[in-house]
Ligand binder design. Structure first.
Ligand code: G
Ligand code: G
Ligand code: NA
Ligand code: MN
Length: 254
């Protein structure tokens, strides 16, 4: 298709950019960002990932794009490392199933870290549950290799997939991320409220930290805080921002 040809060309021409969405603890304490990719198409407006990630998955080009995202995030970690305002931030990167399953995934991450000289403890990889359903043993081994370097792991969209609790126990995770579909109606839907509370309690029992995504209002934040979740990401704090705007946002936090 035309879009596919465009997309291949875009990978060669480096037409992608990362936006950064703040992750906050408490009321204002900035602890990190999630990196979210956008396609800076020369003719169209900035294209959202929902428009090209499915295509990238179908064509396998997600592996090339994913590597670009990883290296770019590591470059940013390195750039921030000399600035006292930014050097403690983590960057969370989304990892697709195809990327993780690649035989050389661990090598790719190591290479990205070494080539950019980024501090591995600033890199967080976001996995989704669907990704953990098959090849669990392989996933666990890869996670252990990367954790040995200092990389951390978050389980994205938690509660929406099919992973069983027995896998959860075996995976060397650091964080559960409460999916935004539960946060959205947490104040009005008792089921969503119960699910959010249960995920927070589960994280607590497994000694994992927990972050809620899709937090849009102060009342949602307060509900979550009351339930024991103290890390948040969402429009209430900020939408995903281009680098310069994110840096300006961060400077205003102190
Ligand atoms: O960024 P947005 O805010 O529109 O993201 C939409 C979807 O695209 C989300 O599900 C997000 O996880 C996914 N996405 C954004 N950036 C990346 C990326 O770098 N890699 C992968 N695999 N998915 C991404
Ligand atoms: O799928 P994943 O969890 O990786 O992607 C996060 C997605 O959620 C991105 O598309 C991001 O733009 C979006 N997002 C971030 N904050 C909010 C929010 O407060 N509300 C909603 N509806 N979406 C959000
Ligand atoms: Na994510
Ligand atoms: Mn998510």
């Amino acid at each position: 298709t035309a879009l596919e040809a465009d997309f291949r060309a875009a990978l060669e021409k480096n037409q992608f950019v990362l936006h950064y969405q703040p992750q906050i603890v408490g009321s204002t304490h900035l602890i990190g960002v999630e990196a979210l990719v956008r396609w800076a198409h020369p003719v169209r407006q900035l294209i959202a990932p929902t428009e090209f990630i499915p295509l990238a998955e179908e064509t396998g080009l997600i592996k090339t794009l994913g590597l670009w995202v990883l290296v770019s995030a590591c470059q940013q970690i390195k750039r921030w490392s000399t600035d006292p305002q930014f050097c403690k931030l983590t960057i969370a990167v989304n990892v697709s199933a195809q990327q993780l399953r690649a035989r050389n995934f661990v090598e790719q991450v190591k290479h990205a870290l070494l080539a950019t000289q980024a501090d591995p403890t600033r890199l967080k990889l976001e996995l989704t549950e669907s990704l953990l359903v098959d090849n669990v043993q392989d996933t666990i081994e890869k996670m252990h290799s990367l954790k040995a370097m200092g990389v951390s792991f978050s389980l994205d969209d938690f509660g929406t997939g099919y992973s069983s609790l027995s896998y959860l126990k075996r995976l060397p995770l650091d964080q559960l991320k409460i999916d935004k579909s539960f946060v959205c109606d947490v104040l009005s839907d008792p089921n969503d409220a119960a699910i959010a509370r249960t995920i927070i309690a589960l994280a607590d029992s497994l000694a994992l930290n927990v972050i809620a995504e899709g937090v849009e209002t102060e009342m949602q934040r307060d509900f979550l805080a009351h339930a024991g979740c103290h890390a948040y990401q969402g429009y209430y704090f900020s939408r995903p921002l281009p680098l310069a705007e994110f840096e300006e946002y961060a400077r205003l936090q102190v």
